[in-house]
Design a protein around this ligand. Structure first.
Ligand SMILES: Nc1ncnc2c1ncn2[C@@H]1O[C@H](COP(=O)(O)OP(=O)(O)OP(=O)(O)O)[C@@H](O)[C@H]1O
Ligand SMILES: [Mg+2]
Length: 351
């Protein structure tokens, strides 16, 4: 069992505050991903869960017990880092079994647990090799194997795939997910790759400058971002933002174009920002003009950079579009899919 509660956790290095009161409740078996820009405090938070970093304020509970002052080895967690930190002078088998050896597990048990983990990770052919004779992906698997053999209550991953090339990353992503489906070990996983977050997480915690911006399932964050930070961070290509004003319950863009708004009830601010996902533009002869800046067909879809309502925006279209840069197309917006934000606070308006 491995629920994790993070309650109003603060962290300062000397006088410098880094985390400003972070709270998350993670259920046993859940796969939670922390995302956010570089320097926002993801690794710091993870290291506090691991016991590698002192907690300045607040509480961390694992399985209902406060662990603030417990040393790492008493927390029943296993951590996998970005740099795999394998022991170079030990074989794969010895690397994977090392923590069990330290805890004085019987030799036969170590061997069998390593064998099971090696099988699940496809590492059986490599057990007698040394790390320097492995590829990056294989090393990453050994680092995971080392965590798996311990059968911990909680796995912590800090950007474990960031040293791998794109193809291997996709493959390892699916392996980690399959492993989680099989083992159901509570997992807290840090990445700044939002695709990784969207595809792997049960829930995503979006952090920014030492605070939590929003917690939710991937699609909750995508469909109903609480503010412009989350809206711009989740989704690729990113959401487009059009600044404007509210005029007679219509959106009036900075160039004077008018756009009908979704029904979000009373809006009591006048400076509003419209959020449009790239896939929510539609080619429409009755729509508003958009001057094409660049056009990038990928085969499956067409990505168009265009000047729309006085802003440079990106649209993604399923159909093929036969126009050249400099030409004007007409597009409309899927009204019910628009997002509205208070320009001043960045907060979402309406449901
Ligand atoms: N030992 C330390 N002493 C002082 N400041 C630190 C220390 N460790 C981290 N920091 C600062 O704390 C902030 C958060 O760092 P952290 O490593 O948690 O960021 P991160 O979100 O993991 O970023 P990245 O995506 O780049 O890994 C940064 O501004 C960093 O400079
Ligand atoms: Mg980090």
């Amino acid at each position: 069992m491995g629920s994790v509660s993070i309650r109003n956790v603060h962290k300062s290095y000397g006088a410098l505050p880094i985390l400003h009161g972070v709270s998350v409740d993670i259920a046993d078996g859940e796969f939670v991903i922390l995302v956010g820009p570089s320097g926002c405090g993801k690794s710091t938070l993870l290291r506090m869960l691991a016991g590698l970093e002192a907690i300045t304020g607040g509480e961390v509970l694992i399985d209902g017990q406060v662990v603030n002052t417990k040393p790492p080895k008493e927390r029943d967690i296993a951590m996998v880092f970005q740099s795999y930190a394998l022991y170079p002078h030990m074989t794969v088998e010895a690397n994977m079994g090392f923590s069990l050896k330290l805890s004085r597990a019987p030799k036969a048990e170590i061997k069998s647990r390593v064998a099971v983990a090696a099988k699940s990770l496809g590492l059986e052919p490599y057990l007698q090799r040394y790390p320097k004779h492995l590829s990056g992906g294989q090393r990453q698997r050994v680092a995971m194997g080392r965590a798996i053999v311990r059968d911990p209550a909680v796995f912590l991953f800090d950007e474990p795939l960031s040293n791998l090339d794109a193809k291997l990353r996709v493959q390892m992503r699916s392996e980690i997910k399959q492993n989680h489906q099989r083992l159901r070990t509570t997992t807290v996983y840090v990445t700044h790759d939002q695709i990784e977050a969207m595809t792997m997480a049960d829930r995503i915690v979006v952090m920014n400058a030492g605070r939590i911006e929003q917690i939710g399932t991937p699609l909750e964050l995508y469909d109903r971002p609480a503010n412009m930070f989350v809206a711009g961070f989740i989704g690729s290509p990113a959401m487009n933002f059009l600044a404007g004003n509210l005029q007679q319950s219509e959106f009036s863009a900075s160039d004077g174009s008018k756009i009908a708004l979704p029904d979000v009830g009373n809006i009591n601010v006048d400076k509003i920002t419209l959020g449009v996902r790239p896939e929510h533009f539609r080619i429409d002869l009755k729509g508003l003009p958009a001057e094409v800046i660049t056009i990038e067909p990928t085969g499956a879809e067409t990505q168009v950079m265009m000047r729309f309502c006085g802003h440079d925006v990106v649209g993604v279209f399923r159909e093929r579009i036969d126009v050249a840069a400099g030409q004007t197309i007409r597009v409309s917006l899927d009204r019910e899919k628009l997002h509205l934000f208070d320009t001043k606070t960045g907060k979402r308006i309406g449901g």
